[in-house]
Write a new protein. Structure first.
Length: 215
């Protein structure tokens, strides 16, 4: 499915409470399982729940818990880095990186969960972002700056600090731990050693979503 095709289906459920288009049994554990609303959205759009590299043929779907006015209430995971660590440590060019592949064409859909009743939750108007479009050149430039800054921060942590990576920040993106027991330490072939005791992931910071709200 193309990202543009999903937008047509998405238009039919924006601002509509989940209880009006989702079966009650599908909302079981939705408060505990933070990712379930995203899964419900995928199913509503006709996507299969899978571990594909991209949700769409030409892009990625991202959801984020927000207030009614679309103010983000949490960060947004992008991709875990263990399988790509040496690409980052070797500063693979931004436009050929796994990061760029995941974020270059986004369908960003905020969800309002202010009510204690999940049936009253609803998805807010979305943003379709294509970093190849000239109108997003400033955003693309900042993400590229962030990417290379984070790559260098990882290198500095290994070569000049503790020998292990740690939370590293840019303006719109960051790397921090994302793992659960049993933990998955990251091994670097470049340095021939483990450089963390847990897996890490790229995240969009709240400032990224706030910026999207200004577009």
């Amino acid at each position: 499915m193309k990202l543009q095709d999903a937008q047509i289906k998405l238009d039919n459920i924006i601002n509509k409470p989940l209880g009006t288009w989702v079966e009650s049994n599908q909302l079981d554990n939705v408060i505990v399982n933070k990712g379930k609303t995203g899964q419900l959205l995928e199913l509503a759009l006709g996507l299969n729940l899978s571990n594909k590299k991209l949700d769409f043929e030409d892009g990625e779907l991202k959801t984020c818990k927000c207030k009614r006015d679309a103010t983000p209430q949490e960060t947004m995971a992008i991709i875990q880095i263990s399988n790509h660590i040496d690409d980052l440590l070797n500063k693979t060019p931004f436009e050929t990186s796994m990061m760029y592949n995941k974020i270059s064409h986004l369908l960003y859909v905020p969800i309002c969960k202010e009510s204690s009743n999940p049936k009253e939750w609803f998805f807010l108007p979305y943003k379709a972002i294509n970093l190849e479009d000239k109108q997003y050149s400033a955003l693309k430039s900042q993400l590229e700056i962030d990417y290379y800054s984070i790559c260098q921060q990882l290198i500095n942590a290994i070569e000049h600090e503790s020998g292990e990576i740690h939370t590293s920040n840019g303006k719109f993106i960051q790397i921090r731990t994302k793992d659960s027991k049993p933990y998955h330490p990251i091994y670097s072939n470049k340095y021939s050693k483990y450089i963390s005791n847990k897996n890490y992931a790229f995240y969009f910071k709240k400032d990224f979503m706030k910026y999207l709200n200004t577009l």
